[in-house]
Ligand binder design. Structure first.
Ligand SMILES: [Zn+2]
Length: 361
């Protein structure tokens, strides 16, 4: 581009040239004027608008995420816990929800800690009696390798107590140390404390110690009361999930004397069962008991709570629905026969197992 025009100052422009934002003006007297043009600031309104939109979307996303997380912690504790650590304790209704702790909404750490313990519940408003079989001079079965049934009954019972208490359950123990408690006192303790459930903990045995007979079973009153049967069946199911050598199922009455009952299943007013948690004479069962006692305790505890929910004693969040104590209908009028009294006496004196030492059925 070249020009030759008259300027106002009297000199003539001979040439102008523009390179980028600089304009060079050449005058006839040799002067070169340099003019710099400022860059035009272009405002990209479209881009600003798009960025604002993105920011809005992101913020709404965060708000939504926050809400979802809060909801997940508050409402689906069971789901979180099951996913995290204890798939074997998944409840039959997968949408079980539990109440938050009394102190308010639990934080993530609390929920995780409970999940690690395998705890599925809190604030479960029921009363449970746990009865560790035998005690003191009534040792129950003493197996060849130094296993004393009464001691193991107490050990597992205390674990069940601790687990249930961590779920907010009020637990009554018939004994918490190596002492002797009569069968009628055990029943009275449960009845007088208004317990909703009674579970007597035992370990089984066979007289032929070379036998490899093994497995679990639960004894219920021979009138097969519905609630007692549900309790026993739920316990066996949960123990199965935790891992047992065999499950002999729910049994009614007294071993080899179906017309009779274990006294704890007769003189207790609430649903009850007597659990035989494997054989002390079975190497396999002893190893399982040793390795799984915590899981067994949680299985028994969860089964009791699940039964309470199933029978409408409490809601899934543990809220009490039943006004009084849960009563098992129709099991309390069984006549105590001489045969029962004798077998009871025999057991008591010799300390052999609760089943007359005969596993054959
Ligand atoms: Zn026993």
């Amino acid at each position: 581009m070249a020009q030759s025009v008259q300027s106002d100052s009297g000199r003539s422009i001979v040439h102008t040239e523009r390179v980028g934002r600089v304009k060079y003006t050449y005058y006839d007297d040799g002067v070169v004027k340099i003019t710099r043009y400022k860059a035009k600031k272009k405002i990209y309104w479209g881009r600003i608008f798009a960025a604002l939109c993105m920011l809005m979307i992101l913020m709404m996303g965060f708000i939504q995420l926050g809400k979802s997380l809060k909801k997940a912690v508050k409402g689906s504790r069971t789901e979180i816990q099951v996913n995290n650590s204890m798939p074997e304790f998944v409840m039959s209704g997968s949408d079980n929800t539990t109440q938050t702790s009394a102190s308010g909404t639990p934080d993530d750490a609390e929920v995780r800690a409970e999940a690690e313990k395998g705890q599925l519940y809190s604030n479960m408003n029921i009363r449970v009696c746990i009865d560790p079989g035998h005690g003191d001079y009534d040792t129950g079965t003493v197996a060849g390798d130094g296993i004393v049934e009464a001691e193991q009954n107490l050990e597992i019972s205390l674990l069940i107590r601790d687990y249930l208490e961590s779920c907010g359950v009020v637990v009554t123990m018939t004994r918490e140390s190596d002492v002797s408690v009569s069968l009628s006192d055990r029943c009275s303790i449960a009845n007088e404390n208004g317990c909703d459930f009674f579970v007597s903990m035992h370990r089984n045995s066979v007289s032929d110690t070379s036998s490899d007979y093994s497995g679990i079973e639960a004894w219920v009153n021979n009138k097969a009361p519905e609630y007692d049967t549900a309790l026993a069946q739920n316990i066996l199911t949960k123990l199965d999930e935790a891992g047992v050598s065999d499950d002999h199922g729910v049994k009614y009455g007294y071993r080899d004397m179906p017309g009779n009952n274990y006294q704890v299943n007769m003189d207790t007013v609430m649903p009850s069962c007597l659990l035989e948690l494997g054989f002390v004479t079975s190497e396999q069962d002893n190893e399982l008991f040793l390795n799984k006692k915590q899981k067994y305790a949680e299985a028994v505890g969860n089964a009791i709570i699940e039964t309470a929910i199933q029978l409408g004693v409490i809601s899934e969040s543990g809220e009490r629905l039943l006004s009084g104590q849960l009563i098992s209908e129709g099991k309390n009028n069984v006549y105590i026969t001489d045969a029962y009294a004798k077998s009871g006496e025999l057991k008591f004196v010799t300390g052999i197992n609760d089943a007359g030492n005969d596993p054959q059925r």
